[in-house]
Design a protein. Structure first.
Lengths: 359, 359
């Protein structure tokens, strides 16, 4: 089988640099979203991602890119990761520099490498379909295409970018992408949903390392030239060059910088139960619930559809409340209606002056 | 002045044996209600009671009666109390045995003693009127009457006992009591409120030590005989005799055992802002509030009329919630609508099996 032939060239790139103050007080600057068990699965989102990928890509060919301040914590939580597979960014400059570095680093090992690029903080419920989708995307990418995953929308969400696809069907049943659309307003989102020709952009990609670097050269020449010295450098020169590359590199997403401009873009249907776990609302939706719709360890008395999270053994009693998020971490406590949990981010900023230690 | 003449015979008896699971998780078996700052005054209820009394009765003549398990904690919190003024009950048997013991103990010091008997876990907002009411009650009690304090009701409360008073006016403007009524149903409570002839029983009393022991002899002979040996005992015999007295004594309140049956009962209007601080609802009512009606240290974002209590420095954020009680103690957390806070007691009992350490 063709895909079997390619497998030894499969590399996973996990972008694990996020912060995620929307999950405060559970998430902190030093404990971002990917390290949390936000889907109630008994493991962190990062662990879940690694587990799903491991069926297709061994840990030896899995690269995690994160900010240097999270490097130690990441290695601690993924002890089987070969240390050279952790790329610690000197600065956070969005996804384009992150992918450029990963592509260069992997190309040094394998000029034929094909990259699966994932975020570390999403959740996938159907591992088997996920792997099937990845294999189809690999087929589409093996011929030089830049492949993204599109989630079939089930509501007029205004918080995601959209992908419009055309009729042309390529390898792996991938659809030709007509255009990327930034987060739309409500009216547009409803029109997209109606049309049946738009998918949510999940921010995950598959492409050959050479293909993405070529596309970066064409559409982000500044970024390409910042990282160009890495291609011919000796191993011992790399740390200094990377420092310089990040200093020069523009801060931009791969979506804006490349995918929206390049021609050879394909989308594979992400029919594997994907969620970006963007708020406590989503966390509640994903987690196992009791008969009254409550999530978490607490004594619920006439209480419904609440989410409780605590970091320690603690006697928590909720009486007569509904649709609340209650998160306790010893040094901090949040109480907010589930549907208003997106307001946490702003509130935490106001807290900074009084409680710098809990940010 | 006559009351000046009597002052050297004034004794305060503070009944400080309560448990108060209604304030869980702040209150515990070993940290009952009287030790908590439930009125938001920066001091415990017990400290507040002692402060008000000190204007009338010096600490040398102030007796605190509590269960032996709370004796050490009580002395720790009232370090200026002479240790011999702490009566540590071997068993909790309601208020009648408690008052019988206190009366015997004080009579040994002063046969003319006049007792002010208070609960330790109430709150008084107007200290000056409180002292005036106590002086009037002392006048009424100095002639042998048993005097209670009656709070003018402002709502048809079904949680308190009531006192019906008559037309006869005695010394200190005290009114003759016609009868005590147990906690009424709603219809009766409304009739009482309408009539203008009923007061709430605040569970506080003033009487001469000899008068109350005589009344106990008449109406609770079993209790009287249990404590009778104390009258003529030597100091060193007391501990054993008290142990025996409590073993024999019936468990009954002084209201049921004596006040409801005796003849010479008077009531003084308690116009001093009395509250029994019976629930978190009351605690919220008494405490200082911010402009949105919130009580406690937290970041309140679009949140109104909440009460937050925490035992430690903790970053607490409430967003978009109203009329909630949120109490955090490190090992336990309670979230309940203010108007349902009376359900805490029952919930805590259900918690016992899982978290015996937080009861």
């Amino acid at each position: 089988m063709q895909s079997e032939l390619h497998r030894k060239h499969f590399y996973a790139v996990i972008m694990a640099g996020g912060s995620g103050t929307r999950f405060w007080p559970l998430s902190r600057k030093t404990l971002p979203k990917q390290f949390l068990d936000l889907a109630g699965q008994g493991k962190s989102l990062l662990e879940g991602v690694l587990e799903h990928i491991s069926a297709l890509v061994p840990i030896e060919r899995t690269i995690i890119v994160t900010h240097k301040s999270l490097a130690v914590e990441t290695l601690k939580r993924v002890p089987h990761l070969p240390p050279q597979n952790l790329l610690a960014e000197p600065q956070s400059k969005n996804t384009a520099p992150c992918i450029a570095w990963a592509a260069h680093a992997i190309l040094r090992r394998d000029p034929e490498a094909l990259l699966f690029v994932f975020t570390a903080d999403h959740f996938v419920s159907d591992g088997v379909r996920y792997q099937q989708a990845l294999e189809r995307a690999a087929l589409a990418a093996s011929e030089g295409g830049l492949v993204t995953f599109g989630v079939v929308p089930n509501r007029p969400e205004t918080g995601y970018g959209y992908i419009e696809f055309g009729d042309e069907i390529g390898p792996g049943e991938a659809r030709r992408v007509i255009r990327f659309v930034e987060k739309p307003d409500r009216a547009k989102a409803e029109a997209f949903l109606q049309s049946g020709r738009y998918l949510w952009n999940s921010g995950q990609f598959v492409f050959r390392a050479q293909a993405i670097l070529k596309a970066i050269e064409a559409h982000m020449p500044e970024l390409a030239s910042a990282f160009e010295p890495l291609a011919s450098a000796k191993e011992e020169e790399l740390p200094g060059l990377i420092e310089m590359a990040y200093a020069k590199a523009p801060s931009q997403s791969i979506d804006h910088g490349v995918m929206e401009k390049a021609q050879n873009i394909w989308v594979v249907m992400a029919d594997f139960g994907w969620s970006d776990v963007g708020s406590w609302t989503t966390a509640w939706e994903l987690a196992p619930k009791d008969a009254q719709g409550n999530v978490g360890e607490a004594l619920f008395v006439d209480a419904r559809r609440n989410l409780v999270h605590t970091s320690a053994r603690k006697a928590i009693v909720l009486i007569g409340v509904e649709d609340l998020v209650v998160v306790d971490t010893g040094d901090a406590l949040l109480v907010v209606p589930r549907e208003r949990s997106q307001e946490v981010k702003e509130a935490v900023q106001r807290l900074g002056g009084l409680f710098p230690e809990v940010l």
